[in-house]
Design a protein around this ligand. Structure first.
Ligand SMILES: [Zn+2]
Length: 276
């Protein structure tokens, strides 16, 4: 096993949610309907079926990660209180369902997160930019953060606890009109399929950024497309699924506090109102 390397490159950072251009012009009828159905902010278990997709990066304390001890305690809380689902799986009705998603495939996912998933019998979505993955761990990753090798990703796949998502080919922003969307959106799913012998049904936008055309391309090639958005979901069938940052947790259960759930619901309503 390799020694851990926790240097973090700037390109690994997901920026907080910021508005992208509207995806489509909202018709007056749809706008009125959205305005007329504000979120049920105080819903509790039993009121409605909801899906909270949590976004993680590193297994180290900091703005883009959590310490192994915090992840351990957080996973214990999730396992004891919420159904843990992977993209496309049926949601348990009348409660909050949780999907754990980890971005980038840093080495500490293999070394720390996967064993914790095993301990707590949880599963997670792992978003990989395959153009940055190397066969040999001796090759450094852009002289910054170190990613899993293909051999390690195959071990992760064999665990049966992880579904994989494409995360661009080279982890660049996809809101730039000059981006080759074939290479950065369509191809990474094919590369992951060939390398891991798995069907890839999800795409996670690097940095949470995308253009309308990038979203359209992703929707053409993947069943589930994720952004950030800081909001809750009501199911898997949305054109783009929202995630909430779960890095730098202040406590194992804090992210599920009633006030925060109200904020995720309000944010979903606000995002949808703006077609974002
Ligand atoms: Zn990323």
């Amino acid at each position: 096993m390799r020694a851990p390397s926790f240097k973090l490159g700037l390109m690994m950072q997901e920026t907080p949610f910021r508005a992208s251009p509207p995806l489509a012009l909202r018709t007056p009828t749809a706008l009125v309907r959205e305005l007329a159905t504000p979120p049920l902010l105080n819903a509790t278990s039993g009121d409605r079926t909801e899906l909270l997709v949590l976004m993680f990066h590193r297994a180290q304390a900091g703005t883009l990660g959590n310490s192994p001890a915090m992840l351990d305690a957080h996973f214990a809380h999730v396992a004891a209180n919420y159904p843990c689902v992977l993209p496309g799986e049926p949601l348990q009705a009348g409660c909050l369902n949780v999907c754990l998603s980890f971005d980038d495939g840093c080495l500490d996912f293999y070394q720390t997160v996967l064993p914790l998933l095993e301990i707590h019998r949880l599963r997670a979505l792992l978003a990989i930019p395959p153009g940055l993955i190397v066969d040999s761990p001796a090759v450094p990753y852009k002289a910054s953060a170190e990613l899993c090798s293909w051999a390690e990703l195959r071990e992760i796949a064999a665990s049966g606890r992880v579904a994989f998502a494409a995360h661009g080919m080279t982890h660049i922003r996809l809101d730039n009109p000059a981006v080759d969307l074939g290479r950065e959106v369509s191809d990474p799913g094919l590369v992951l399929t060939v390398k891991l012998l798995l069907t890839i049904e999800s795409f996670v936008f690097p940095f949470g950024r995308f253009s309308p055309l990038a979203l359209q391309t992703a929707r053409t090639h993947y069943h589930h497309v994720f952004r950030i958005g800081g909001a809750i979901n009501t199911g898997w069938d949305a054109s783009v699924l929202y995630r909430v940052s779960a890095d730098n947790l202040t406590g194992p259960a804090d992210i599920f506090a009633p006030a925060k759930l109200r904020r995720y619901r309000l944010r979903r309503w606000w995002n949808r109102l703006r077609c974002r």
